[in-house]
Design a protein around this ligand. Sequence first.
Ligand code: MTE
Ligand code: HPA
Ligand code: MOS
Length: 787
Amino acid sequence: MNKQTEPFLFDAGIEARAAVSTPQVGISRPHESAHLHVAGTATYTDDIPELAGTLHAALGMSARAHARIKAISLDQVRAAPGVVAVLTAEDIPAANDCGPIIHDDPILANGLVQFIGQPVFVVVATSHDAARRAARLGAIEYEDLPPVLSPEAAHQAGSYVLPPMHLTRGEPASHIAAAVHRDRGNIRLGGQEQFYLEGQIAYAAPKENDGMHVWCSTQHPTEMQHAVAHMLGWHAHQVLVECRRMGGGFGGKESQSAMFACCAALAAWKLLCPVKLRPDRDDDMMITGKRHDFVFNYEVGHDAEGRLDGVAVEMVSRAGFSADLSGPVMTRAICHFDNAYWLPNVKIDGYCGKTNTQSNTAFRGFGGPQGAFAIEYILDNVARTVGRDSLDVRRANLYGKAERNVTPYGQTVEDNVIHELLDELEASSAYRERRAATRAFNAGSPVLKKGIAITPVKFGISFNVAHFNQAGALVHVYNDGSVLVNHGGTEMGQGLNTKVAMVVAHELGIRLERVRVTATDTSKVANTSATAASTGTDLNGKAAQDAARQIRERLAAFAARQAGVDADSVQFGDDLIVAGELRLDFSDLARQAYVARVQLWSDGFYTTPKLYWDQSRLQGRPFYYYAYGAACSEVLVDTLTGEWRLLRADVLHDAGRSLNPAIDIGQVEGGFIQGMGWLTTEELWWNRDGKLMTHAPSTYKIPTVNDCPEDFHVRLFENDNAEDSIHRSKAVGEPPLLLPFSVFFAIRDAVASVGDYKVNPPLVAPATSEAILDAVDAMRATAPVVQ
Ligand code: MTE
Ligand code: HPA
Ligand code: MOS
């Protein structure tokens, strides 16, 4: 008998089982698909057995950053072996648009190309290989237009994808002017490729009576449904989108899976046969948007202790050629410029620069990391300026508990635990002693330099578009006592399905093994939000709990009737139900309830309370609560080569009352290393024509297991969510990405030693070895030589 179909019964008879519930949440359980992941039997979109007659698509892409298309010759493409059809914008029956908010995102370029890599035509062939080979044979004649290739150039030209955003609190200008210390400067922060292990993919199959079934690796099945329907001029109920799991999304499949879903569906509609589109890694990287790189221009005024009097920052992001999610990303950047700090007088101006590059999109943190990095950079400078330990300066600026606790966007920070969290981390990491030790080491080491830093995180949880904060779920209890759950969230490796299954098991008092979660499917739960903003478990866990609770109440009422007791006295736990003298295994209960014609399935729904947001004023309560964390990192830098190593990292992260500590620690570790890659080795580089040259792992370096510190201490902070979240847990998907700020600032601390800690190193992010060497050289040129 295979493992999945073993009976659910405990070895012990039901008399021996406890009548009180053993909790099914708050315990470490393996990922629901871990055994499939390691065995290679987990089904990703490309593993779905292909339907007879399946054709394969590839994209023909623009070779110019900005040009009018004068002519396209596709004869050679059509004549290539295996080619069945070539489609262009003209073949799209209704809307040539897959933009998630603003409709400025053509599925296929029509007359105008706006970046190198923009899809222009779709080749459909009998094999994946034949389609790819043929796609290279397209001859496009261009008339070049001047491209805009950097956020600075866009800002200078006043070229934006959206109107600028402005937020002011207090009187920053006068407070900066009157401050003891004033400084101004410029911070450069690179973007980041999502580098999901499974690339973008969509597989579309036409169904009877003008229907379309699309399997797609996407964080947002409902939006894929809408995009395909919009393109074909159909209604939503004609399109079914399904996703069992992704091999990672990281934000890159929130909106940008749409172009792939639309191209596969277009070809399937046109040719009336199943069509799969799976770009290879290089094409994926050339086509899709990434984390926004930012340029910050700031002015700051502070006192002799390093307390901020006023700060003004201009944030310019590289939106790329279209708006995509750049608006909400900028909003989140603005709402995270405070990070964990009270900014009494502050001015923030956000500009989404329109450039002739890929349209940048969501990436873990969604602008939050960029906004918070800027204030951390500023405070890092302030500390050196006033000659204090940067942790002391950071502490001096933290939000208070009862005062100094209102964010620039008007939300009161009610659940602040950053003081206690930092106390605990400072002690457990032995920060003070180790800081002294790095100084002592550096005094005797002319080439190798150590650095150390602690940085805090405060991250707002909820979509910053209030109505996205809703979710639905379906729970079926079959009459053998097995349970099937379906919800609107998508599984991308983060463990959402595991957590939702645990919530359902807990609610029904049954073991997790009884509960199975199925593929996300727009025909089961309608109008879902993207699985994003870290809210997957908060939203879908609550919706599934609502569904399970309704079934439990019906079962309790049934059992109470049988036993002649009050429904409130019925207990569920350990696969057992106890009602007065009645003791029944859950399977028997389900069978008996079915025979008694009790409804054994239910829907569930949840909306996050307390949220309101005025986007025009950038004021309100965009977040239900905050997640907190802090990390201490120590590095060793070779100042002759710019090479470095992370020697030790200590992380303390607030996941509330964790639903599944093993999965949460995995999220914290993964987020930390991914964020470290962003700030150090991952560099996106476009050449002077605007061509992305780092479009493969050969030139784009993500961290590997070798880059993880040998000494890596990750712990969860003991803390219940102050709000009524699912079992008082906290969202954990994105916030840990900000923890490795400590790695960057530890590198900067090591570089600062070259100037005896008196000069602020001009270190840019990512701090590649080259960037580290540049900063060291600049220090040697400006600072007194100490070694
Ligand atoms: N973890 C894994 N393994 N793979 C992913 O793609 N995406 C991250 C995070 N953790 C991701 C991940 C991002 S960007 C978000 S928003 C959340 O997971 C989404 O899932 P959740 O809301 O269920 O936490
Ligand atoms: N995160 C991710 N996606 C979003 C958000 C967000 O905060 N707001 C709108 N879409
Ligand atoms: Mo995550 S960037 O909200 O998908």
